[in-house]
Ligand binder design. Structure first.
Ligand code: UDP
Length: 197
């Protein structure tokens, strides 16, 4: 089949290359609904075993990837054969690269204030043809959150990158899904810290 079931989660058998093709298609197709991408790491896998709300967030996602060598190994023992681990970090780097070629628009939400500013500078230099329409650090108050959601909603983004930590980022995207008006939203864990250096 097209899926491998590990710990009750149905992972599509996609390589990183194929994942990026799927996401490029989503952007070109101009869908009306936000496409939520979740890179399911061991932390999320464990958390959703007893957290039914997190499990339904995963089930409702547009695409999930297997972000753990353990998940890939278990799939192979069971003959489900996931082709490879697909991390949030690798997916983000490839999206930045494709975005630079295809002039996609991005918003970077999350990380501490200094890192958030720094990472946007680094990305602007390295990927000058993509556009960064906005950014905000990930330590905001409730009233700031409302403004951030409204601002993001007006931008009609291609990709909203959310670095708030897992599974908080996944819950955040799901909670605000209908107001974000982005084509794709993806939680990327600590990736912005890594890119900012
Ligand atoms: N983070 C944030 N707001 C928060 C908590 C965390 O912006 O309220 C950021 C943190 O600065 C880091 C990222 O979320 O850049 C990922 O955090 P962590 O490494 O703890 O999460 P994981 O990699 O396990 O998803």
């Amino acid at each position: 089949g097209k899926y491998a079931k590990v710990m009750g989660i149905n992972f599509p058998k996609l390589t990183l290359d194929r994942t990026i093709e799927v996401l490029s298609d989503v952007i070109e197709e101009n869908r009306s609904e936000l496409f939520h991408v979740i890179t399911v790491n061991p932390e999320i896998t464990m958390a959703c075993q007893k957290d039914t709300s997190l499990r339904s967030i995963i089930e409702e996602a547009g695409l999930i990837t297997a972000d753990g060598v353990g998940i890939v190994m278990v799939s192979r023992l069971r003959g489900g054969n996931l082709p490879e681990r697909v991390t949030g970090y690798d997916t983000l780097l490839r999206l930045l690269d494709s975005g630079n070629q295809k002039k996609w628009s991005f918003y970077f939400l999350g990380a501490d204030p200094h890192t958030n500013e720094k990472v946007c500078e680094v990305i602007r230099n390295k990927y000058p043809a993509l556009s960064i329409l906005g950014r905000h650090h990930g330590f905001f108050t409730q009233s700031e959150e409302d403004k951030i959601v409204d601002e993001i909603g007006t931008l009609k983004l291609d990709i909203l990158v959310v670095a708030l930590g897992a599974p908080y980022a996944e819950r955040w995207i799901h909670q605000h899904k209908s107001k974000l008006h982005a084509k794709i939203a993806i939680g990327v864990g600590g990736s912005l810290d890594v890119i900012a250096g």
